[in-house]
Design a protein around this ligand. Structure first.
Ligand SMILES: [Zn+2]
Length: 322
């Protein structure tokens, strides 16, 4: 088998000066480690552009040996402040996937409310609080399973988070009905973070002008939904609406005939892929953790490593599956 059609895709979220930030506990990559990582890539890999990848998928052209692609999710302003200058210094392209809601409405996404609640609260107190609120809001048309049952089902540790952290994330990401989880997330955000959500959103996300600037500097911009939903769990109409709104929000930035979808939370279904493909998407990115292989992989669900899977954090990238 031809080895140079293999590719490693790296996923970044927050890249910031963690020690000097207000939330040092946020799970991000410190900018000094980001620099070391780019040095490692320069020595050991060939960082490709998204245009090279699209060309390879569409024409069958080979990628360079040890090809690697850098992707950044969620449109954080720290990507602009810290990652962009280093990418330029190393002459590497990053691909940025930005939910429409962040720069169009300047509203805080649920995923970020949850991250900063977790970075600010004592986890034991938080779980007690959350369970209390789940019991308080149950009923009156808001039906969901008993709290203890949900805890048993969802409090399951993964490779990055302990079981209580996963419980908080899952319950507030998609287990409770949307109106209830929004309400509870906002209450917990106010209690533990204590900053207005609107101000916080302005400090957290890139503006549309900054997104244009990324593009002018040779970076690639792609689609990451509008509201950052679990697309595979939405009903058909909502899923179509979210993708349509995401494309509308990036009008003039993304080519509607040739765009890339990066599924929030790595969550998709055959129906999501079909809708994206029928509307001009040429590739899709998931969060399955391994190297990609074009001979065998569905190009609408390409796997990605986390930045923590590479030095200076770890050598997990060497394993086929993590
Ligand atoms: Zn995301």
């Amino acid at each position: 088998m031809c080895s140079n059609r293999g590719l490693r895709i790296v996923m970044y979220h927050y890249v910031r000066d963690l020690q000097h930030s207000r939330y040092p506990a946020i799970k991000g990559l410190d900018v000094s480690l980001f620099r070391q990582q780019l040095e490692f890539f320069k020595e050991n890999f060939n960082v490709i552009t998204m245009e090279q990848l699209i060309d390879s998928v569409q024409t069958g052209s080979n990628l360079p040996d040890n090809a690697i692609l850098l992707t950044f999710d969620d449109g954080y302003i720290d990507n602009y402040t810290y990652a962009l200058p280093l990418l330029e210094e190393f002459q590497m392209q990053g691909s940025f996937f930005i939910p429409g809601k962040t720069f169009k409405e300047h509203k805080l996404l649920d995923v970020n409310k949850i991250h900063f609640i977790l970075a600010s609260a004592d986890i034991n107190k938080l779980v007690v609080d959350l369970k209390c609120k789940m019991d308080f809001y149950r009923g009156a048309g808001n039906e969901y399973a008993p709290t203890d049952e949900l805890y048993k089902e969802y409090a399951v540790a993964n490779r990055f988070d302990n079981k209580d952290t996963i419980f908080v994330k899952r319950i507030l990401q998609n287990v409770l009905p949307e109106n209830i989880r929004n309400l509870i997330s906002s209450e917990l955000f106010e209690k533990y973070v204590g900053v207005s959500e609107e101000k916080f959103a302005h400090e957290l996300y890139m503006t549309k002008e900054q997104i244009h600037t990324l593009k002018r500097h040779g970076m690639y911009i792609g689609v990451h939904g509008y509201d950052h939903y679990w697309l595979g769990k939405l009903d058909t109409k909502q899923m179509h609406k979210d993708i349509d709104e995401a494309l509308d929000s990036l009008e003039g930035i993304v080519d509607r005939n040739k765009w890339i979808i990066n599924y929030p939370y790595g969550n998709y279904s055959d129906e999501v892929i079909e809708y994206a493909r029928n509307n001009g998407a040429v590739l899709g990115l998931s969060t399955e953790v391994r190297a990609a292989n074009f001979e065998t992989d569905n190009v609408y669900a390409l796997p990605r490593f986390d930045c923590n899977d590479f030095p200076p954090k770890s050598d997990n990238y060497i394993k086929e599956e993590v």
